[in-house]
Ligand binder design. Structure first.
Ligand code: FAD
Length: 385
């Protein structure tokens, strides 16, 4: 099949685009669907790709299980310890009190990516009209004719070719894999430092090898990136303390700029934007991909319905109405997740005394008001429904 005409065109073969394609084809295998993918054909060629640890919620696990795309290499979180460096206020969340198998799961970006590519390959064998088009360089201009275009081009903050609403937090995240000498299994730590959140999260490599996400000003993050291993570990130990013993080794350090960039309107005529192409968030609450997967799942349901003829004819007006109804159905979840993440990113990077005080009280409230804790955890796990 050539690039030619199709019913649905998905632009972007990242996790969200792949998941959306899989869910559409799972519901409607005859869909005339084209996926434009800039990534290499072979998984082996992704090996040096993004290795940062991503926190996926239980809700995302349930979604990915429907297409058998849950990666084998995964570390479960059973407890999260939240604290402020040198200040009062801390909270502990456990899976027992929330009655969940796990509070979340940490998986490397590339493992999620590869698991989704494999899931789509399996579905592809039963989808006669699916065209998985690998492209090099820029996407073809003009795009192939399609009745509906799904934008899943994703991207990182400040690396996208669109800027709409949002905020530059003046922060970068330094990520890497760090080895310590006595971590607790399945425990995650989120510590709020004067410069921003510092998270130490389990990894599938073993109890003492942890994913590090250290947010700070762009200047100091850059300096930390360039420190030799020994000096880096010393600086990290000073900031984090001794709760998990000594920091022994750091590897695979990478830097990401952090900010919020989101579209107010996610549909226009026959086009729709999902995942990071619709909203790019600060990772403080670990919500970007979780929200993107919910976008993909709900859009796939609507598109499969209309193109299989189960709901309406595929006239331009009906497609537009379907996208309008999709956008409406995503409004509450998007607004709550974007709003909550933005609030956390701002509150946890402020050095104003009243904000620091309020932050301490917020932790105490979380610790002593279980309904508040449960409500927050449910939002993080399943989004707003
Ligand atoms: C440091 C950091 C930590 C994070 N931690 C978490 C976390 O713990 N939990 C969480 O849920 N989220 C987290 N996120 C966010 C998460 O990484 C993103 O939300 C997620 O990757 C979005 O997926 P996506 O498929 O929309 O976009 P992407 O992952 O950016 O993928 C988009 C794909 O589209 C391709 N593409 C781009 N342009 C075109 C084009 N014109 N044609 C064809 N293809 C194109 C790209 O090459 C890419 O493969 C984190 C982000 C950062 C930076």
């Amino acid at each position: 099949m050539s690039l030619g005409n199709c019913d649905i065109l998905i632009q972007g073969g990242g996790p969200v685009g792949l998941a959306c394609a899989s869910w559409i084809l799972q519901r409607f295998p005859e869909a005339k669907l084209t996926l434009l993918d800039r990534n290499p054909v072979e998984d082996a060629d992704l090996i040096n790709a993004d290795s940062r640890g991503i926190a996926l919620s239980y809700g995302s696990k349930l979604l990915l299980d429907t297409i058998h795309a849950w990666p084998a290499d995964c570390a479960d979180i059973h407890r999260v310890h939240v604290s402020q460096a040198g200040l009062f206020g801390r909270a502990l969340m456990t899976r027992e009190e929330l009655q969940q198998e796990a509070l979340g799961h940490i998986i490397r970006y590339r493992d999620i990516h590869v698991a989704l590519r494999q899931a789509l390959r399996d579905i592809q064998s039963k989808s006669p009209n699916f065209n998985w088009q690998h492209i090099t360089g820029n996407a073809p201009e003009p795009l192939p004719n399609a009745k509906c275009i799904v934008h899943a081009e994703g991207g990182l903050f400040k690396k996208q070719d669109w800027v709409e609403s949002g905020r530059d937090y003046g922060q970068s995240a330094l990520v890497g894999l760090v080895e310590v000498d006595r971590a607790e299994p399945h425990q995650a730590w989120e510590r709020f430092t004067a410069e921003g959140p510092l998270a130490v999260l389990p990894s599938h490599y073993g109890i003492n090898i942890l994913n590090l996400v250290w947010c700070g000003s762009p200047g100091s993050s850059q300096q930390r990136l360039q420190l030799n291993g020994e000096d880096f570990l010393k600086a990290l130990q000073t900031e984090f303390g001794n709760r998990i013993g000594r920091f022994l080794k750091i590897q695979d350090r990478r830097l990401y700029e952090l900010g919020l960039n989101y579209r107010k309107k996610i549909n226009q005529d026959h086009e729709v934007w999902i995942g990071n192409a619709a909203q790019t968030l600060h990772p403080v609450a670990g919500q970007g991909l979780n929200l993107g997967l919910r976008d993909a799942y709900l859009l796939a349901e609507k598109l499969a319905n209309i193109f299989s003829g189960a709901s309406n004819e595929q006239t331009a007006a009906n497609i537009q109405n379907t996208l309008e109804s999709y956008a409406k159905s995503r409004k509450a979840d998007r607004a709550t997740t974007i709003g909550l993440t933005d609030l956390m990113a701002r509150v946890f990077t402020s050095n104003l005394a009243p904000v620091i005080l309020a932050r301490g009280f917020a932790f105490l409230a979380l610790q002593w008001l279980p309904p508040m804790k449960t409500a927050l955890a449910r939002q993080m796990m399943f989004g707003r429904r």
